[in-house]
Design a protein around this ligand. Structure first.
Ligand code: SIN
Length: 325
């Protein structure tokens, strides 16, 4: 039976052009989906691909505007009996945020794979073809569906909730935490580590096309209450602190955040460190704070936005959603 995959393109370096094979600067989001499918047509991939352009931009500019087009397009593909799996091409800079948002808001009945590249399409050593061929292999495997939204970079498969971009350059720019990769892939083979953990039909969160404003405040030596207050506006509905170490912050900033939490603005403590858990501390209950556990600040922000969109503002209820990730 032929495997049919829907490719939804959003731009990024995977569709980028430098104008010269050795140039450093390039423009992300230059190649359209039709041209891209022609380009991969010669790879002998064992799947029938159809494509749709959702956007063609640098992923620094991806946010609710694109998500509000991408999400219904994926839902449409999920509902299409002729479609076996979905691939989203995406810039790598904000890929983890889109992948995590989709992971939380899509059912797990077909594979959904997000893929990017670190080098533009006309560069020496373009990694986009290999990554795309690997993504086709993963999206063609029905067993991929029960693992939530997946990210393929290099020869590794990551779960959306674990994956993070950790390097600005080079093809090994992604890592997973707390789980490293959950599978190894080549265009010809796929090896999963462990069994699927999700089943079918329902998403964790209903889709919301109006995500409340949540700011990330970044802690540093000398960070203080004024630094917090400058970043929190009248439309802010929640705060994630990219804290030092295990979600810590200077006393002056802490006091300002406690006052905000007491006024009903949820405050989540995450860490600016690359990896590691942020666990609850005894004072969190009194302060009204939430600990982000394994989620980095940008993913903690997405989860908090979805909780707030559902009307959940109680710190204990927010904490249990973070504990469940
Ligand atoms: C982008 O995120 O759109 C540019 C960088 C990349 O895709 O690697």
């Amino acid at each position: 039976m032929t495997t049919r995959l829907t490719v939804l393109a959003t731009g990024g370096t995977i569709a980028g052009i430098a104008g010269s094979a050795i140039a450093h600067d390039y423009r992300a989001g230059e190649i359209g989906i039709e041209e891209y499918l022609e380009k991969v047509g010669g790879l002998g991939l064992e799947a029938e691909l159809s494509g749709r352009q959702i956007a063609n931009i640098d992923s620094a500019d991806i946010g609710p505007g694109v998500w509000n087009d991408l999400h219904p397009a994926i839902e449409e593909a999920l509902a299409d009996e002729a479609c076996n799996g979905i691939i989203v091409t995406h810039g790598t800079d904000t890929l983890e945020e889109t992948a995590f948002l989709l992971d939380l808001t899509l059912p797990a009945d077909k594979p959904v794979v997000v893929v990017g590249a670190m080098r533009p399409a006309d560069a020496v050593g373009y990694d986009g073809l290999r990554n795309f061929a690997n993504a086709v292999r993963v999206a063609s495997d029905p067993d991929a569906a029960g693992r939530g939204v997946l990210v393929v970079m290099g020869d590794r498969v990551f779960a959306a909730r674990d994956v993070r971009k950790v390097r600005t350059r080079g093809t090994e720019a992604f890592r997973g935490f707390p789980r490293e990769s959950i599978g190894l892939v080549t265009p010809a083979s796929l090896e999963w580590f462990g069994a699927p953990w999700r089943q079918g039909g329902t998403a964790t969160f209903e889709w919301s096309d109006k995500l409340p404003e949540v700011v990330i405040v970044y802690a540093y030596a000398g960070f203080d209450a004024a630094g917090v207050e400058r970043q929190v506006g009248e439309n802010t509905r929640g705060i994630v602190v990219a804290g030092v170490g295990e979600g810590n912050m200077p006393e002056s900033a802490r006091q300002a955040l406690v006052a905000m939490a007491k006024r009903g603005l949820p405050v989540v403590r995450a860490s600016r460190a690359d990896e590691g858990l942020v666990d609850r501390e005894p004072e969190d209950t009194e302060n009204g704070f939430v600990a982000s556990r394994a989620l980095n600040p940008q993913k903690a922000r997405i989860l908090l936005q979805l909780l707030l969109a559902r009307g959940i503002t109680d710190p204990a209820a927010i904490q249990s959603a973070f504990d469940g990730r």
